[in-house]
Design a protein around this ligand. Structure first.
Ligand SMILES: O=C(O)[C@@H](CO)OP(=O)(O)O
Length: 247
């Protein structure tokens, strides 16, 4: 049986301030660091080990991975960083407060922007300083590959090819893989792996810093997925994420 562990980064400064983040490269808070350390300790104590790690090019996910690996005494493991695991790009919402937006546009509109499959937030203009077209880490991409906004469908369209090209082959070859990523890049992958419908995906929220285990059969078909540790606490934390879009 193949296994995979996914972890959403620990709490970030903009999670704490309840701001739309997307591709903005914000730090972990002290709580976020503690969550990552606790996740690493849990993995170590439960006897997990890995051969290869994947993360995004955003430091909240990279640092989470560092803390997890440090706790496991595995900072020497190979780590592949790829922009295709980045958070969903939140367009012109990046930097704005989620509750303020709910008061201004209504909770239903914010729910559509946050959780619908195919409604993108308003786009940035190409020269908006909040955009990434002049960011050196994306210089290898064509400008039109660097999003100005994304709905979840757009995120699926980059995460799934990366899964198929890089991650799935590693797991099939017997490597034990750990992925540190983001709420919506993880939702994109779960949607694909578990065949979740466009309507049901609205209800899926991912808590910060809790290891999520997938078990697969030999063909990499999912058998089950579950959170490590206190399942009720993970559910409560996911419900709190859902509430971030309330007025
Ligand atoms: O702001 C973001 O980038 C994401 C994750 O923090 O938020 P949401 O849960 O609203 O999709």
């Amino acid at each position: 049986m193949h296994k995979l562990v996914l972890i959403r980064h620990g709490e970030s400064t903009w999670n704490l301030e309840n701001r739309f983040t997307g591709w903005t490269d914000v730090d972990l808070t002290p709580t976020g660091v503690s969550q990552a350390i606790a996740a690493g300790r849990l993995l170590r104590d439960e006897g997990w080990d890995f051969d290869l790690c994947f993360t995004s090019v955003l430091k909240r996910a990279i640092h989470t991975l560092w803390y997890v690996l440090d706790e496991m005494d595995r900072t020497w493991l190979p780590v592949v960083k790829d922009w295709r695991l980045n958070e969903r790009h939140y367009g012109a919402l990046q930097g704005l407060n989620k509750a303020d937006m709910a008061r201004q546009y209504g909770e239903q509109q914010v729910l559509l922007w946050r959780r619908s499959y195919d409604v993108p937030p308003p786009a940035l203009t190409p020269d908006d300083p909040r955009g990434q077209r002049h960011d050196r880490r994306y210089a290898h991409l064509a400008p039109e590959q660097i999003p100005l906004t994304e709905c979840l469908k757009d995120t699926v369209a980059r995460v799934v090819p990366y899964w198929n090209e890089a991650i799935a082959p590693a797991i099939r070859s017997g490597q034990r893989v750990l992925i540190s990523a983001h709420g919506n890049s993880i939702r994109a992958l779960i949607k694909h792996l578990d065949g979740i419908s466009d309507t049901d995906i609205v209800n899926l929220n991912i808590p910060n810093g809790v290891p999520l285990v997938y078990e697969f059969d030999a063909e990499l078909r999912p058998l089950r997925r579950y959170y490590l540790g206190d399942a009720a606490a993970a559910e409560a934390a996911a419900a709190a994420v859902a509430r971030q879009g309330r007025a």
